[in-house]
Design a protein around this ligand. Structure first.
Ligand code: ATP
Length: 314
């Protein structure tokens, strides 16, 4: 019998092709309608049997991630442990996170790590939770964790955890991500949006009803990148720009350089550009790097599947 002592899962970052934000709810979260899109920028999370729970983080932004029970991957393991019993499941785990998704960049890296930890621990403990039950546990950890499990392109409602996969042809889109210096706190960006809306005459927060953008869904069904580029939208963008005005220059530079569309990723500060092809994405990435309007760039494709176990070697 082979005893498995460690399992690794790989998980993608997410973009929001639409992020429509409604008024704050009684629980403090905002009503959302969003179109999630998973892209090929991956963190890897390894979960191994250990005497007690620990977490180590390496890679992009590792020093700014909690190395204790506040780490979302460790919280996910603890939540899963409550759902399963027996065998080595009560034992501790060593969680090792290799980050490529920048932290607090609007790409839901923490949620991604939580989803990968759930998938890896489910396998390590041979717990056998179905995707549906894993998604229920995911929703207790954070709003974006369920999507990191699912991947692809999906409509999210509620606070983002109520998901419907988007029916779309198998088009691959070419994105360029411009990473910024520093981070933006998601709660602070939502608070800035509420302030901006309160300051607008005749638009109190309660009057914003988030609706799925029909033009965006039509663009996705058509697989036409130019149409998709025109339909990208993010209600958080003005708030992110108010806190990080230099992003205006980054967005304008990408559009001048021929991007089909540009927007801030989630709560920012990463900027996202859609390119017409792999070649255009390469040109855009090179030109953006040279323009001095961001810390670094990455080219990624999407959609890609959600969190999945990496097959063991040998
Ligand atoms: P959100 O998912 O809230 O939109 P984001 O995508 O901008 O946020 P994340 O990288 O998910 O940013 O980080 C959000 C916060 O979560 C950070 O303050 C970070 O310290 C914390 N965090 C906890 N665990 C992790 C983790 N495993 N990886 C990254 N961040 C983590």
């Amino acid at each position: 019998m082979i005893i498995v002592t460690g399992v690794t899962a790989r998980v993608p970052a997410k973009l929001n092709l639409q992020l429509a934000v409604g008024p704050p709810r009684a629980d403090g979260y905002h009503h959302l309608v969003t179109v999630f899109h998973a892209v090929a920028l991956f963190d890897e999370v390894t979960v191994e049997v250990a005497e007690r729970d620990t977490v180590t983080v390496t890679g992009e932004g590792a020093s700014t991630v909690p190395h204790d029970g506040d780490n979302l991957a460790l919280r996910a393991v603890a939540a899963l442990r409550k759902q399963v019993r027996g065998g080595n499941r009560a034992a501790g785990v060593r969680v090792s996170i290799a980050k490529r998704i920048p932290v607090a960049a609007g790409l839901a890296g923490g949620s991604a790590d939580a989803a990968a930890a759930l998938v890896a621990a489910n396998e390590l403990w041979t717990a056998g939770l179905t995707p549906q039950r894993l998604a229920e546990v995911a929703a207790t950890i954070g709003s974006d964790v369920a999507f990191a499990l699912l991947g692809g392109t999906a409509v999210g409602r509620g606070r983002g955890e109520l998901l419907t996969p988007a029916l779309a042809p198998a088009t691959q889109y070419h994105w360029v991500l411009a990473f910024a210096e520093g981070q933006l706190s998601t709660p602070k960006v939502y608070a800035a949006l509420d302030r901006l809306r309160a300051a607008e005459s005749g638009a109190p927060p309660a009057q914003h009803h988030p609706d799925l953008d029909a033009a965006l869904m039509t663009a996705l069904r058509s697989g036409d990148a130019a149409r998709l580029g025109r339909a990208l939208s993010n209600d958080l963008q003005p708030a992110a720009l108010s806190l990080y005005p230099a992003l205006r220059k980054t967005l304008a530079a990408g559009l001048e350089l021929g991007a089909l569309g540009a927007l801030v990723a989630g709560s920012g500060p990463t900027c996202v550009f859609l390119a017409a092809s792999a070649e255009r994405a390469l040109e855009l990435a090179v030109s953006l790097s040279g323009a001095g309007v961001c810390r670094s760039v990455a080219r990624v494709t999407g959609p890609v599947p959600g969190a999945a176990v990496v097959p063991a070697q040998g």
